[in-house]
Design a binder for this molecule. Sequence first.
Ligand SMILES: *[C@@H]1O[C@H](CO)[C@@H](O)[C@H](O)[C@H]1NC(C)=O
Ligand SMILES: *[C@@H]1O[C@H](CO)[C@@H](O)[C@H](O)[C@H]1NC(C)=O
Ligand SMILES: *[C@@H]1O[C@H](CO)[C@@H](O)[C@H](O)[C@H]1NC(C)=O
Ligand SMILES: *[C@@H]1O[C@H](CO)[C@@H](O)[C@H](O)[C@H]1NC(C)=O
Ligand SMILES: *[C@@H]1O[C@H](CO)[C@@H](O)[C@H](O)[C@H]1NC(C)=O
Ligand SMILES: *[C@@H]1O[C@H](CO)[C@@H](O)[C@H](O)[C@H]1NC(C)=O
Ligand SMILES: *[C@@H]1O[C@H](CO)[C@@H](O)[C@H](O)[C@H]1NC(C)=O
Ligand SMILES: *[C@@H]1O[C@H](CO)[C@@H](O)[C@H](O)[C@H]1NC(C)=O
Ligand SMILES: *[C@@H]1O[C@H](CO)[C@@H](O)[C@H](O)[C@H]1NC(C)=O
Length: 732
Amino acid sequence: MAMLVCFIIINSIAIITAQPYFDDVLFDIQNQNRFNNYINGPPPIFNVDRHTQYGYVRGTSYNVDSRDSFYPKYISVFLGIPYARPPVGLYRFKPPLPPDPWDTKFLIYDATHYRPSCLQPASEQEKIRQFIPNFPPSNFSEDCLYLNIFAPNRTDRYMPKLPVIVFIHGGDFIGGSSQIYNGFVLAQRNVVVVTFNYRLGPLGFLSTKTLNGRGNYGLFDQRMALKFVYDNIREFNGDPENITVIGHEAGAASIGLHLLSQNTPLNFRRAVMMSGSDLCKWSIIQDEHYPLEQARFLARRLTCNDRNVDVLLDCLRQRNGLDITNSATNIWFPDEFGGHPWRPAIDTFTDDFIQPIFTRRPIELRRLGLFANISVILGTTSDDGAIHFAQQPINLAVIDKGFSHHDQHAYLNMFTNRRVQDRYSFERQTFAYEYAETDYVLPRGGDMYLDEEGITTVLKYKYAHWPQPDNMTMLRQRLIDLHSDEHTTCCVADAARFHAQRTFNSSYMYVFAYHSLTSVYPYWMGAPRGSELDYLFGMPFINDSQWMPWHGIQRRQVFTYVDEEISNYTMQLFVNFARYGEPTPGGFLREYTPPSLERPSGLIYSPSGYALRLNIAWLPQLVQNMTYLLIDRYPCLQTNYRFDAAGFWSEYWPTAFQRRLTPIPTKYYKHAIMNHRDTTIVMFFLMGGLILSFIILIILCGILFIRVRTESKQHTNKNIINHKQTKFINNE
Ligand SMILES: *[C@@H]1O[C@H](CO)[C@@H](O)[C@H](O)[C@H]1NC(C)=O
Ligand SMILES: *[C@@H]1O[C@H](CO)[C@@H](O)[C@H](O)[C@H]1NC(C)=O
Ligand SMILES: *[C@@H]1O[C@H](CO)[C@@H](O)[C@H](O)[C@H]1NC(C)=O
Ligand SMILES: *[C@@H]1O[C@H](CO)[C@@H](O)[C@H](O)[C@H]1NC(C)=O
Ligand SMILES: *[C@@H]1O[C@H](CO)[C@@H](O)[C@H](O)[C@H]1NC(C)=O
Ligand SMILES: *[C@@H]1O[C@H](CO)[C@@H](O)[C@H](O)[C@H]1NC(C)=O
Ligand SMILES: *[C@@H]1O[C@H](CO)[C@@H](O)[C@H](O)[C@H]1NC(C)=O
Ligand SMILES: *[C@@H]1O[C@H](CO)[C@@H](O)[C@H](O)[C@H]1NC(C)=O
Ligand SMILES: *[C@@H]1O[C@H](CO)[C@@H](O)[C@H](O)[C@H]1NC(C)=O
């Protein structure tokens, strides 16, 4: 114990004495390099200890060149701070609990390296290896509730509390990791950046629709992490009243769901939803029975009892976490709703400690106006759906030329056919489990004959390019639009309308359309899903990994000067939003400087780092014209982003699947299994036949019986006579 205390004291003395030296070094460096100075020379790294409500954490401090004296001189990095108790064993499938404090033991938590990412299937692990090659499988663990803080620091003067950006990663609720988002560059813009992991897949979202297994553990993790940030960020130079959450894809959907939660403090002031919202078809499980049915299915795969829900949960808590994750892959779920069933589910349970996140379908809550009235930015990339083609490398060579009219129609036929078949399977399953409770065995299938040709015709009309119906590149673009619209655009636009109506003058929308000349994606893919994240996290400015031993992210492209500009621009917009609640306060792309004597307002009006073309005002959305900013080489304001497509997918598309054909003899009819009416008729005839044959049998039996009886009577009579005769003979 004494040694420990001694060590701490010596350490802090070392830090204090080392500081002036580092400031001098920095001063020299400053005058040589303008912005990107952390390329040169070995970094002065030293340890910094901060106090959290659970104890001290020790992170590392890195010096960066600050171009002028307003920028931070150091970025303190604290990695892998536990914000909840490890959700393992008995704590699995439960909302998170606070971590055990460690401060009583005079221990300092080592926050100098990342902790494990959450368990996920192999296919998702591969996606992380695209960013961090050789990411070891052992660095995925069930014990994964950790967060990372990137805090700017100046050692030479008083720092006002800085705005905080908390990033929630995407990954379709089944994959992803906070480790592939490095907040080091963004933090140099005078904001505190926080990233964190939350539980994924079945471990995060298995629900049995009971209080014991209420589901949404991943969302409760997020709530807990936000609470931790709110309670502790002051120690890291952050302002707890100025917290902005930024979520991407599943993260954006999660933020949308948090906005719907009533009676719970949000712990953030502003929100940015990138490429997703709570209104997306894939953001929750719409069906009421499905979660329990999936839990049972999983239990059977792991040889657990699937009848009693509490026994089921206890049994699953004893299984290996990795086994659960692996068994939960390849569970069928319609593509349209995301392709796997581990998603947030409606939660109607209120216990005294943990309020539910959302108690009704998001669209109902939104229509009732039951969502938080805070400033938001919503947005998407212009070619979100191109990721669909990027994931099939075989096709790329073919698609490079574009789609012919014939190919496009074949693609649309296939698209509709898959959707229709999915609906049939889904309906059959629904039918099966509704009756599973009562042990009825009924024929599956129901009266389901969708108008597949009709649906395809509408799609062909909607996604044609009418000015030039045979233009191959445009037909390809329309297919990309189809996937973007279905998956993302429609729900982003819908959510944007709700916010524009309610949050007057402080709801913004962007469309990121920038395609780098050196991008890893072909030019025709434009800006696929997630392409804005490189720019938000300042990837063009990250060069050397030896400066950050924990960094490990591989640059996937060589960035150009224009990429750097766009990255500068994107960071500035979102940082301004986090700081002022407006991306371009007063109509200018302003740079922030802490208030000083010369500049009491703390604003610089004509930032030198930006080209004039970037300095345009991003106006809030008004319901009249739904203004949005198109972020590209030449950004501009435009209006009404693809609202017709949003209407098509949100309003028309679901009705197309309610319209059923009457069972006239079509090809569906011939291939379909028997429907109810058929079965009833068959059953009627079968029963009739059975009863008839029964009656005949009884009659036959009766006749036979009577005949046998009369015959045997005659027989016995004869026998008696015989007897008498023998007796008589014997007596003689
Ligand atoms: C994996 O975990 C180990 C031990 O915590 C750590 O040293 C290593 O850097 C991690 N690797 C990656 C790629 O994060
Ligand atoms: C900022 O630097 C000072 C001096 O080195 C240090 O005491 C303090 O802990 C640092 N703050 C943060 C948040 O890193
Ligand atoms: C948020 O930060 C801005 C800029 O530093 C400041 O003007 C504002 O008062 C802060 N908001 C709150 C609620 O503290
Ligand atoms: C197809 O349309 C694009 C965009 O409108 C245009 O640039 C291209 O020249 C057209 N191609 C043909 C073959 O007309
Ligand atoms: C939402 O908040 C804004 C600004 O605080 C206010 O002007 C507006 O009236 C609020 N809207 C509703 C519906 O409460
Ligand atoms: C909202 O913005 C419009 C147009 O910029 C402006 O005319 C109006 O006064 C603003 N309303 C509020 C409540 O700020
Ligand atoms: C990193 O910086 C060095 C020195 O400025 C430069 O030579 C090198 O090309 C950079 N690497 C990348 C990947 O940009
Ligand atoms: C990026 O921003 C920094 C700071 O505002 C500026 O010094 C630098 O010149 C900018 N770089 C580019 C390429 O615009
Ligand atoms: C949207 O409408 C408002 C008010 O009618 C107007 O001031 C603004 O210029 C319009 N925006 C665009 C991009 O046309």
